[in-house]
Design a binder for this molecule. Structure first.
Ligand SMILES: [Fe+2]
Ligand SMILES: [Fe+2]
Length: 396
């Protein structure tokens, strides 16, 4: 995808695919790559909306030059979000178009100075303010903490296009299909939800606030900074972001277990078997020593049931379980049915920490909590079956 791709007559996708970065934010795996979507509007005033990660300027420039002749310039660069995956090419773009004005909100100013030493050439806009381009009008909507404090969305009023930065975005590079009517949305949902669960989940209340704020707009297309562009059915992704940010779940269970010598695993499998016998088909069994947390979080964000299972390790749970609990606590996970099982051999510390997490959260802790000394005996495994039955009966 060498050239710009038209979203409407005058609005173009000028993004790039990244197949080189292994870990997004140096944390989250990218086996299917990721796209950094930037956009261009051709009008009496030419506008670029957001840029791409540092290092992808040559590809961005090719796309810009495929639609903007050398005799013309870029008048404005709208910065919806300053995270470096989108702001990384600002300085390179400014060197090419020195008269280009940066359009941003007041919170963005310190980020521009701090990251890139930029302290001039800005046009600071306020919430709801408009900018006329000729036949298009941009309207700016501040949506703080829909990822970062300076985040905002830009609405083009004539075409009803919402440039929504990270919101409504997803992992996964664009594989030929750019638009929602060109891709298998069910297949792509896995990577979109993983992006939500990894990157946006903590800011779910702010997503809700933004959705309410945007509900008055006649949104006919959503152009996010990652993943599919929704030109046919923006309601598809609005509906999903609405459900995910409300923490509405589907019937199903994630069993996240950390086992050193297989005893906790035996208990986890006993719960899984019990769930299956009771008719639960959506069971995601994650060995935390092997499954990257990124995927565990995606599944936790989808399903209502969560079995936490860990052996004790140096008076605490497994460090993998501790990481999971820490993220779920930070994300303020709620509305889940939680079961807890685990093992210890002398002082414990695994089950007690998981119980503490569940009890201080807005989730329901199911009985029985099963803690086995040394290895699970017949009674422990019976208790695991009862826990599976209790969970299944709530989900069905
Ligand atoms: Fe971001
Ligand atoms: Fe981003």
């Amino acid at each position: 995808m060498k050239n710009a791709i038209a979203l409407t007559d005058d609005i173009y996708w000028i993004g790039v695919n990244d197949f080189e970065t292994d870990l997004f934010e140096s944390i989250w795996p990218l086996p299917e790559g990721v796209s950094y979507n930037a956009y261009l509007i051709r009008d009496q005033k030419n506008v670029i909306l957001d840029t791409v990660k540092k290092g992808y300027m040559p590809q961005l420039l090719e796309k810009i030059q495929s639609v903007v002749p050398a005799t013309e310039s870029i008048d404005y660069l709208v910065i919806n979000h300053m995270e470096p995956d989108h702001s990384g090419s600002i300085n390179a773009l400014r060197r090419l178009y020195p008269d280009m004005q940066i359009v941003c909100n007041s919170r963005t100013v310190e980020f521009l100075r701090g990251y890139y030493g930029i302290d001039s050439g800005m046009r600071v806009i306020g919430d709801g303010e408009q900018l006329e381009l000729g036949t298009h009008t941009l309207e700016f909507h501040l949506t703080p903490m829909v990822h970062w404090p300076e985040t905002m969305m830009t609405f083009e009023t004539r075409t009803g296009t919402l440039f929504s930065m990270d919101a409504f975005g997803g992992f996964g590079a664009l594989r030929g299909g750019i638009f929602d009517d060109e891709v298998d949305l069910d297949e792509r949902e896995n990577e979109t939800l993983r992006y939500y669960a990894n990157i946006v989940a903590k800011y779910s209340p702010m997503v809700q606030r933004a959705l309410k704020k945007l509900s008055a707009l006649d949104i006919r297309a959503i152009a996010p900074t990652h993943g599919t562009v929704f030109r046919t059915d923006p309601g598809y992704i609005i509906d999903r972001y609405d459900r995910w940010s409300r923490q509405q779940t589907e019937p199903g269970v994630v069993i996240a277990y950390a086992s050193m010598y297989g005893h906790t695993q035996t208990m986890a499998e006993a719960v899984a078997r019990s769930l299956a016998v009771q008719g639960i088909k959506q069971i995601r069994l994650h060995n935390l020593s092997r499954s990257h947390l990124s995927y565990v979080l995606r599944d936790v964000w989808r399903y209502q049931g969560l079995i936490l299972a860990s052996s004790a390790y140096n008076t605490k749970p497994s460090p993998f379980m501790e990481s999971l609990l820490s993220i779920l606590d930070n994300d303020k996970l709620k509305n889940r049915l939680i079961g807890i099982i685990g093992t210890y051999s002398w002082s414990g510390g695994g089950v007690s920490a998981m119980r503490e997490f569940a009890e201080k959260s807005d989730n329901e802790l199911l009985e029985p909590v099963v803690e086995s000394k040394f290895a699970p005996d017949h009674e422990d495994l019976e208790a695991c079956h009862r826990l599976g039955g209790a969970l299944a009966s709530r989900l069905l």
